[in-house]
Design a protein around this ligand. Structure first.
Ligand code: S3P
Length: 437
């Protein structure tokens, strides 16, 4: 248990390099492990979630050398080269690891068990388990459709065409990975946009993937060919600094080498609509992913806006930080179509509204979003509910609070953003980390 103690006020400035993208780092390890040949991954996120993925593949016989803090060499074993792990695979806090690996382990000739921490063990797994069962996988869950997942040794999987009720990259990716082991063309259709890192990276590994508006498909049996992956900086981690800069007039920060994949860039649009000036400098492509340096300047006053489902899906992991921007804006920000926030690492609608209310903000939760009226943030103590993104969002709120903030239960920041407190301190936040008393 760790607590953040944060002084009120301050201003962010300078050039900030946030760590590698979490979604891309997970996929890089998984695909390199399944590939034929040796791949190197640079810019890898050495956060707990991705380390869980790395340890799981090591436990299944994949040699992964850590050449540096963010540099891995993975000796791929091919689509059929994984071996049964000696024990259950512990995926910690990581929903991405569990849902993607449920798919790919459904295609193996050995049984596996996937377990996670208390938060992951509460999260819905039926959304991935049910379509995998339609493909012929045998998976047992706990009574409420949650982890642990026990996956039996596979018979031949059957390709399906699946219309997912939720737009979820984790579900889509899990099914595409299972589809690599299926006897035909597996197609996933979705009711909205979800991130497309799997489609992009599978292509980089030599797999033919069809994709278009709301669908992706793959034909089974295609081998992956090793390739090197350069992971861009994570826009979800950059978001805390973007919001921290946007809420304090006079601030300007530059975030280097950030992934701006169009399925993930909603935060740029949201902050622009609220009045921040954001420039995308030096746009380039790295490993099939668009990247740029982001320069953010604060307006004199952020303005409240309406944020509906279409924008929410492009900024789903950034929404906790958007709640903080809304608390600092003039007027009432109305967020709708964001019910997925309730099944993330915590119930993020409840966690953000409770915390903002504690700090004196009028934040009314709804089933699928919230109404947040900008105002004066007092100091106080808020509970991050063990959720990395809640902890980092409230850390940035201190820049605009009238008295110090204490944020409880912050150890899980390491799942996605190791070194957050040090980086934030160097950028201008008065943050200290203390073991919980
Ligand atoms: C992720 C997909 C998103 C996102 C999560 C990472 C991924 O979840 O919230 O943090 O890497 O595929 P859903 O697929 O459930 O929307």
């Amino acid at each position: 248990m760790l607590t953040y103690q944060i002084q009120a006020g301050g201003q962010l400035s300078g050039t900030i390099q946030v760590p590698g993208d979490k979604s891309i780092s997970h996929r890089a390890v998984m695909f390199a492990a399944l590939a034929e040949g040796t791949s190197e991954i640079t810019g890898f996120l050495s956060g707990e979630d991705c380390l869980c993925t790395m340890r799981a593949f090591r436990a299944m016989g994949v040699a992964i050398e850590q050449l540096g803090a963010t540099h891995l060499r993975v000796r791929g074993v091919g689509l059929h080269g994984l071996k049964a792990a000696a024990a259950a695979l512990d995926l910690g806090n990581s929903g991405t690891s569990m849902r993607l690996m449920a798919g790919l382990l459904s295609g193996q000739r050995f049984a596996s068990e996937l377990i996670g921490d208390a938060s992951l063990s509460r999260r819905p797994m039926r959304r991935i388990v049910e379509p995998l069962r339609q493909m012929g996988a045998q998976i047992e869950t706990a009574e409420r459709g949650t982890a642990p997942l026990r996956i039996a040794a596979a018979a031949q999987l059957h390709a399906i065409s699946y219309a997912s009720p939720v737009a979820s990259a984790q579900v889509k990716s899990g099914l595409l990975l299972a589809g690599l082991y299926a006897d035909g063309r597996t197609e996933v259709r979705e009711p909205g946009i979800s991130r497309d890192h799997t489609e992009r990276m599978l292509r980089a590994f030599g797999v033919q993937v069809e994709s278009g508006n709301g669908f992706a498909a793959v034909t089974g049996g295609q081998p992956l060919r090793a390739t090197d992956v350069a992971v861009p900086a994570d826009i979800s981690s950059a978001t805390f600094f973007m919001v921290g800069a946007a809420i304090v007039p006079g601030s300007e920060v530059l975030l280097s080498g950030v992934g701006i994949n169009p399925t993930r860039h909603g935060i740029i649009e949201i902050l622009r609509r609220m009045g921040a000036v954001i420039e995308l400098l030096n746009p380039r492509e790295v490993g099939g992913e668009p990247v740029a340096d982001l320069c953010i300047q604060a307006p004199l006053q952020l303005q409240a806006i309406a944020i509906g489902h279409d924008l929410v899906t492009l900024a789903i992991d950034e929404m906790p930080a958007v709640f903080v921007a809304a608390a600092c804006a003039r007027g009432q920000t109305v967020i709708t179509g964001a019910e997925e926030l309730r099944v993330k690492e915590s119930d993020r609608i409840a966690a953000m509204c409770d915390g903002l209310q504690t700090l004196g903000i009028d934040a009314m939760a709804a089933a699928d979003g919230a109404r947040i009226t900008g105002g004066v943030l007092h100091g106080g103590t808020v509970d991050s509910c063990g959720d990395h993104r809640i902890a980092m969002s409230f850390a940035m709120a201190a820049l605009r609070s009238s008295a110090p903030l204490t944020i409880l239960d912050c150890a899980n920041v390491d799942t996605s953003f190791p070194g957050f407190a040090d980086l934030a301190r160097r950028a201008g936040l008065g943050i200290a980390v203390q073991p919980a008393s």
